[in-house]
Write a protein that binds this ligand. Structure first.
Ligand code: GDP
Ligand code: MG
Length: 384
């Protein structure tokens, strides 16, 4: 069944379409009446009006959740098949606290983020794209984009904003500790998103490492290792010694090939904000391009903000001229700080971007005024 449109949902809930548009805005999603929305958004809005939103029946088991579907990449109907090109996978690393997510991302990035973190807790969602010689295709460059989520809540929040940007989840489980509560939580998040999971059994260098126990525990959760006849890839590694990290990257590329990830690079860029903040040069965002190519000089529209792309900067601080599908870059040039998860688009020119951004700001102001008026009225009733 096709996803639900704003108009259709409004009719079902017996609400005016503009109210639903405003509700979506609260979720950081800007849509018109004919556009469809993410199931998470629909669910949140239904809940607000006292309804329960249900997806069409999918096979579900009482104890053992269904194995994640290996869905083909969702293709934009406006992009012609002949315009689509393979794109790198976007990977989120999840797992129980202290099982080595940051150390692993660090080993992959080869910088030293873990040491910089205050109290060893990841401060923000980072996103970066690595490039390396393809392990199987001679002369080709392989790319993978990693999202560094500060917690599983952030992963869900991104999804609630309609930013279902992850293609593959790497589930890190420490070989000495085994499956822990947040391992299960991460597993459930990944499944809710319908994303394939690769298990990284970390800390294999540890004297108490017991990879067999991890396999057994995860099998009980319905993740059957491929070497046991299942379809979940397991990789044993040590983020500390870096042994097995290359193998993980290889397996990510293999899984990505199975997914046949594609996007049209030759169109104005569309993507999502992964993180945002203010730097001395003004608002700075980390943007993940979903399709199209983002270029310096492009007119950018993001929620109620706009601007001209002044600079694109990669993880190593190098300036880029452009960023294609699945690439994460720092972007300078927006006139405000958008919420993480919000969508950005490139429009014809800066005037157009400004016009739309101002309309949205106006809508937000109206919305805020409405909320204030309602609160005042409620207070009044309390007094009476
Ligand atoms: P996170 O909370 O999942 O991000 O975990 P961290 O990356 O912060 O790691 C938690 C602790 O486990 C740190 O003290 C790391 O040095 C340690 N650690 C991470 N990976 C390994 C590994 O492969 N082997 C061993 N022995 N320790 C590791
Ligand atoms: Mg961490």
């Amino acid at each position: 069944k096709p996803p639900i449109t704003v108009r259709a949902l409004a009719e079902k809930l017996n609400q005016k379409a503009f109210k639903i548009i405003a509700d979506l805005m609260d979720l950081g999603v800007f849509a018109n009446v004919n556009q469809t929305m993410d199931p998470d958004c629909a669910r949140a809005i239904c809940a607000k009006y006292g309804y329960r939103f249900e997806l069409e029946k999918r096979e579900r088991h009482a104890q053992v959740p269904a194995a994640p579907p290996r869905k083909k990449a969702e293709l934009d109907p406006t992009d012609r098949p002949e315009d689509l090109r393979p794109r790198p996978p976007v990977v989120t690393v999840m797992g129980h606290v202290d099982h080595g997510k940051t150390t692993l991302l660090d080993a992959i990035r080869k910088s030293n983020v873990a040491a910089k973190e205050v109290g060893g807790i990841t401060q923000h969602i980072g996103a970066y794209t690595i490039s390396f010689p393809h392990p199987e295709r001679k002369g080709e460059l392989a790319q993978i984009t990693f999202l560094d989520t500060p917690g599983h809540a952030a992963f869900s929040a991104m999804r609630a904003r309609g930013a279902n940007v992850t293609d593959i989840v790497v589930l890190v489980v420490a070989a000495d500790d085994g499956v822990m509560p947040q391992t299960i939580e991460a597993l459930n998040h990944a499944r809710a998103a319908g994303v394939p999971i690769i298990v990284a059994i970390n800390k294999m260098d540890h004297p108490a490492a017991n990879p067999l126990k991890v396999r057994q525990q995860l099998q009980e959760q319905g993740l059957i290792p491929d070497d046991w006849g299942g379809d979940t890839i397991f990789v044993e590694l040590s983020a500390l010694t870096k042994k097995g990290v290359d193998k993980l990257l290889e397996m990510i590329l293999l899984q990505a090939d199975l997914l046949e990830l594609k996007a049209n690079p030759n169109r104005p860029a569309v993507g999502n904000i992964i993180e945002s903040g203010i730097s001395p040069g003004g608002p700075t965002v980390t943007a993940l391009v979903r399709k199209g190519t983002l270029r310096v000089g492009d007119a950018l529209l993001c929620g109620p903000y706009y601007g001209k792309v002044r600079a694109l900067i990669n993880e190593d601080g190098e300036r880029l001229k452009e960023a294609g599908p699945s690439v994460a870059v720092k972007v300078l040039g927006l006139n405000g700080v958008p919420e993480p998860g919000s969508e950005f688009t490139v429009v014809e020119d800066e005037r157009k971007a400004r016009e739309i951004a101002e309309q949205r700001q106006e809508a937000l102001r109206t919305r805020a005024a409405e909320t204030r008026a309602k609160v005042t009225l409620e207070n009044l009733f309390q007094v009476l």
